[in-house]
Design a protein around this ligand. Structure first.
Ligand SMILES: Cc1cc2nc3c(=O)[nH]c(=O)nc-3n(C[C@H](O)[C@H](O)[C@H](O)COP(=O)(O)OP(=O)(O)OC[C@H]3O[C@@H](n4cnc5c(N)ncnc54)[C@H](O)[C@@H]3O)c2cc1C
Length: 389
């Protein structure tokens, strides 16, 4: 009997899983890949597009470069998952039946009920989002003067917010544009929940780049041209980018699997409360003991490597492998610069310091993205993208 394996999403989780499933699945399985776009976007470099839209061709890869001819790709929006009927519902297309489905749809932006935030802010979750931010900043800076610079406010100082602020600073410097940049964080330090050493290193780079940092004061309301805080003075904005939170996709609203804010609970084998449904990447809350796996590209990449084998094992009725997230360290860009922290020793070389910047960190950042691109396409593609990473 042929088993239908369906993968939803073309991000790190989906593209990585397709890559792996193509080598793991036997002849008794048929692979279908569904995403709302026909390319893989290296989302963790999408902030580069804010500075220069031309970067897009170096960080997007057509699905046919990843999918084997035997893999069927369907470009469509997933609107539902019916676990009783075992079908994936698509907008404007026939339902797709599955025997096993992998949910890898990533997340959408969360607004936490803050009045006006959704209406008045831009988000960064896709290529179109990054292009919209570029356009909004271009327009605002064209209307601004040295005396009245454009106010660009970025809400949320996690991976996306920090890297967005760095790219807006590069945009400002390359065009000598009159722009003030504000990075706003509700908690008491940027890159919340992380080691003070990397927090301070990032703060230093951002301040050197002229980014004004506001911490320890949550946004209480966003209006068309101003945001209000719990305690501080209101802050005017011409462009407001909100990167302060994630929540699951609407497509999973009615899916009958255990979930929290539409992110699907999975155990360390990636199996969910329905043993025909697997989930990885940001869509999933993957049990790792005390803390779930983090919603990062790093975790999605590692999980994608294992989920392919586990789906193959499930088909064959073999025991599933248990995955353990390995934190290999963090590298974050602030424009052209970068900060690296707690990088795991590689090739037998261990590093004498925990946190470093300069050319070693810049090159490491490029190398990580290049390795991913090479993994899913080829080193030749990675080489072509190098200068944009
Ligand atoms: C600006 C930015 C910088 C970041 N920097 C880092 C970093 O430095 N390091 C790090 O580890 N992580 C970083 N991250 C986080 C990282 O990008 C995510 O953790 C990672 O993309 C998760 O991969 P994913 O495949 O689960 O989701 P995604 O990459 O979001 O992919 C989801 C896929 O599903 C598709 N999709 C969504 N909804 C539907 C639907 N209804 N129907 C069909 N298809 C759909 C999307 O088009 C996409 O192909 C960053 C994120 C951003 C936004």
């Amino acid at each position: 009997m042929t088993e239908n394996v369906v993968v939803l999403g073309a991000g790190y989780a989906g593209a990585g899983a397709i890559n792996k499933l193509q080598s793991e699945l036997g002849r008794n399985a048929r692979l279908t890949w569904i995403a709302d776009v026909d390319y893989h976007l290296v989302l963790h470099e999408s902030h580069r597009v804010i500075r220069d839209p031309n970067v897009r061709s170096d960080i997007t890869f057509p699905v046919e470069e990843i999918a084997d001819p035997s893999t069927q790709f369907i470009q469509a929006e997933v609107t539902g998952l019916d676990t009783d009927e075992r079908i994936v519902e698509l907008a404007g297309e026939e339902d797709i039946e599955y025997d096993y489905v992998l949910v890898a749809l990533g997340t959408k932006t969360a607004y936490y009920g803050i009045p006006g935030l959704e209406e008045h802010s831009l988000t960064l979750k896709s290529l179109d989002d990054a292009l919209d931010i570029h356009e909004a900043i271009t327009e605002a800076s064209q209307e601004a003067t040295r005396g009245e610079p454009a106010q660009v406010v970025i809400g949320g100082a996690g991976l996306s917010g920090i890297q967005t602020a760095g790219e807006v600073a590069e945009f400002r410097d390359a065009r000598r544009a009159p722009i003030d940049i504000h990075l706003v964080e509700a908690l008491d330090e940027i890159f919340p929940g992380n080691d003070p050493e990397i927090q301070q290193a990032l703060r230093k780079r951002l301040e050197e780049a002229g980014v004004q940092i506001h911490t320890d004061d949550p946004i209480t309301e966003a209006k068309e041209d101003v945001i209000e805080f719990d305690e501080g003075e209101p802050l005017e904005h011409d462009v407001l980018v909100w990167t302060g939170g994630i929540t699951g996709r609407d497509a999973l609203d009615d899916a009958d699997v255990e979930k929290e804010h539409n992110r699907v609970h999975a155990d360390a084998t990636f199996q969910t409360s329905d043993d025909r449904v697997f989930a990885i990447g940001d869509s999933a809350i993957i049990d790792q003991g005390d803390q779930p796996a983090p919603p990062t590209a790093q975790a999605a990449w590692q999980a994608a490597d294992v989920v392919g084998e586990n789906i193959a094992r499930a088909i064959e009725g073999r025991p599933l492998m248990t995955w353990e997230f390995e934190d290999k360290g963090t590298v974050i860009s602030v424009g052209e610069k970068a900060v690296a922290h707690k990088i795991k020793p590689a090739f037998g070389i261990s590093l004498p310091v925990d946190t470093f910047g300069g050319i070693p960190a810049q090159n490491l950042k490029k190398m990580i993205a290049a390795r991913w691109i090479a993994d899913i396409t080829s080193w030749n593609e990675a080489r072509k993208s190098w200068s944009s990473l």
